[in-house]
Design a binder for this molecule. Structure first.
Ligand code: MG
Length: 384
């Protein structure tokens, strides 16, 4: 089996989400947007697919890096292909990102899974049939009835509990919200949610990511007193020493890093430096499923949980194959967004949640995406 063809299909989708000036996602008016599907095909007719942004799969990066490394190679040799692709990052002038690598590597996994008729989480070494989800809110906003006040967070938490979620993570207010960031308001929102869900319910906080040490410590003490379960990314993560200092000064578990560059090397540094109590990895953040598994096993070797950043097929596959993560991050959720709505390019969502708050592992081969190829073919905006 040899990789013969790599192609990208960019297609039109409808979106009800908009980004603010700092890049955070909020509900917005329905508008046209685009999504891209990377397809890898072998000489014996097998295919694998993975989705990404058109920007991350633009012709330049596909032609100069992904095709150069993958064409004529055996898709079973995922470790070799991933390492050879990762080496190109240094000389790519920052063009080849971890996100592009993740989509390319996920398409390889999907191809192999489909060719063997096995779900990827089983290929990785199956550990569980389902995983509990936590409801992960969008960042705070200034919309009436949205996530504009501590009471809004409390009301929405009540809705999430009724929907079946067994844990909740808040993203609170960040600029460009006019008065944000505010440690005091963050603590009030966390208190309102604690009040709404009761004392035993697991709650987590992911606040403004650019607090100073003193602000991060004040906020950490506030949510520690409210019995929160983990504290995520209150400062720039590229300062490992700041997190070591924070972890030393708080009892609440510190989780991270999430977005800091450096893949497994950075996670190892954080663990060795005692900068975190729980490790963190997302498939899109570290270049794919393979490096995510390395990080989960690294953390396991230190008797440390490794919680997974974000949802989607790749992250779900990792969760199906590791023992040291407790939750699937389901979101981002908002009172104005119907998370269960099926996107046009899929026939069903990858992460339906039952009334007990569990996500079943996919049974379809490969990554398990239920792709509506007909919709994609009818809505192509460019293909290469
Ligand atoms: Mg986060």
């Amino acid at each position: 089996m040899k990789i013969e063809k790599i192609s990208v299909t960019v297609f039109k989708i409808k979106s009800k989400k908009v980004n603010d000036t700092d890049g955070h996602t909020h509900p917005g008016p329905e508008h046209d947007s685009e999504e891209a599907m990377l397809t890898i095909t072998t000489d014996d007719g097998h295919s694998g697919h993975a989705f990404g942004s058109p920007e991350s799969l633009r012709p330049y990066v596909i032609d100069n890096f992904v095709k150069k490394v993958f064409i004529d190679q055996d898709p079973m040799d995922r470790e070799k292909l991933w390492i050879n692709l990762a080496k190109w990052q240094r000389g790519s002038g920052a063009s080849l990102t971890d996100r592009t690598m993740a989509v390319a590597e996920m398409a390889l996994w999907d191809l192999v899974g489909r060719s063997l008729d096995v779900p990827v989480w089983k290929l990785l070494g199956g550990y569980r049939e389902k995983v509990p989800a936590y409801g992960s809110t969008m960042c705070g906003d200034e919309m009436a009835g949205g996530l504009a006040t501590p009471a809004d967070y409390g009301n929405f938490a009540e809705w999430m509990v009724n929907r079946g979620y067994k844990a909740i993570k808040l993203h609170t207010w960040m600029p460009p919200v006019s008065w944000a960031p505010s440690v005091k308001m963050d603590i009030q929102a966390c208190a309102a949610v604690r009040e709404a869900v009761g004392s035993d319910f697991p709650l987590m906080l992911d606040a403004n990511h650019w607090y100073s040490r003193i602000d991060a410590l004040e906020l950490g003490r506030g949510i520690q007193d409210l019995g929160y379960y983990w504290y995520e990314e209150p400062m720039d993560e590229h300062s490992t020493e700041s997190y070591r200092w924070l972890a030393e000064n708080l009892d609440i578990p510190i989780i991270g890093p999430e977005y800091a560059y450096g893949k497994f090397h950075t996670r190892a540094e954080w663990i060795a430096s005692k900068a975190c109590d729980i490790s963190r990895v997302g498939v899109a953040d570290v270049g794919g499923i393979g490096p995510s598994m390395k990080i989960a096993h690294l953390a396991e070797s230190f008797n440390m949980d490794c919680e997974i950043h974000g949802g989607g097929a790749g992250n779900l596959a990792v969760l199906g194959a590791i023992s040291n993560a407790r939750w699937y991050e389901r979101g981002l959720l908002h009172p104005f967004i119907d998370y269960d709505e099926i996107p046009s390019h899929l026939n069903s969502i990858i992460d339906p949640m039952d009334e007990d708050g569990n996500i079943p592992m996919p049974t379809r081969p490969g990554l398990g995406e239920d792709i509506n190829f007909g919709y994609i073919a009818e809505n192509v905006t460019s293909a290469y």
